[in-house]
Design a protein around this ligand. Sequence first.
Ligand code: SF4
Length: 466
Amino acid sequence: MGMSEKKSRVFLGHCESYDDPAQIAAVIARGVAAVGAAPPAGRVVIKPNVVFAHPVHAQHCYTRPEFLEALLSVIYGNGAQAAAGPATQHPPVSGVSIVERSGTGCPTSVCFRRAGYGRLTRHFPVRLIALEESRKKQVHLTRSRLHDHLTLGKAVVDSDYLVFAPKLKSNVLAQGMTAALKLNIGSLDDPERMWHHDHHLDEKIVDILEAVYPRLIVTDAIEIAVGGNQMTEAGKPLGLIMVADNPLAHDLVTARVLNLDPAGIGHLQEAVRRGYSPASLEDVEVVGDFPLEEAQARTCGYDLGYRRVDRFESPFRIVCGEPYCTGGCHGVFLDWLYMVKDRQPHKIARFPHLTVVIGRTDETVEGESVLLIGKCAAQTKVKGARRVVRLGPAKCPPTHRDFILWMALNYLIFAPIFRPETVIDAYVTYPFKRLLGRLAGVERLPDRAAGSSASRPPRRPGVPGH
Ligand code: SF4
């Protein structure tokens, strides 16, 4: 549970390109040995970041297949055992699965294909498991704040050894950074995934950590993605591979790699409050051949894009009500704005002059054309408007897919990933995949099998918008 008093080690290794998986594997093996992680054994599950993938508009947002190929060669080639010492014996790896749940309504299997993961199954005995179409299993939580149980991929719950393989990226939904802890949102399927994906996102992320706690974290930061939408933002070279056996220690160091203050990242602080260790960077030993200061020097000029949505420059006048939901309406709308800016910045100046209300406000809003976003803003008093549009008046929060569709239908603003193939993915293929998931079934907690609460997480009392 990460509660140990021992000083955690985080390894920073140097690797400038994806060209040579053998070189990447050598760095990973050195890292596994340096942090003293237990060697992978038994049923191994790798959780990468494949939130989305597209050959034109989303090339930098996922863990690269070359990186996973190197990781697989370490796992199967006993790189970890070799690094731990020739006399060390450990049980063999009996199988490896890569489990993920993509976002934006795009089927994970499609994202696996677009990310080039097919090559992994040709070179290694590895299963690619799309969470939404696979069998699931419920687990009970005891230290959580929001969820009293979670419905996870059965392969994850039944695994012997869980490896996180995040892609280092900036993310405006999580105070600027996504690394190991935030990766866990992809361990959930709808509707559990979006439940409390609002101003309680930090607590939600730490809830999941209780059930999905990695024994090894190996991060692809050879090229990082920064500055905009988590799916479409630009790639920048960093030349770094990170290895750790403690996700909080990993993320504390990751924050410093990006020149962020860990004290300003809510889910890290929530993890510390919940009793996870280490509590601060002072309790972490950074090792390896890539000095932290050099990594910081390489990223110091990067604007990670994290700001309030009403500070985003556009013809929109944005009124922010309460609560301010970094992980909900405010953050997802900001992420939609960045999606346009990342790929088609010329469109921003051509946006209509809208007054956009996000969150609950007592103020009477004036404007010719008013857009009310989400459940909290739906009842806003509006004066003198010729047109009022309510997007998701019953939703908390609307999703990226909602914004992409609604802004196209209502204002003819087409996000760059609104394309024929992605529309087919979202509205034809995805429902079919969900049907497969329903047929695969869920192993429910025994004491909940007959009750209705197993199909919906409990509501937290006093939460606005619910
Ligand atoms: S509906 Fe309200 S509580 Fe829910 S995400 Fe939007 S602003 Fe936050």
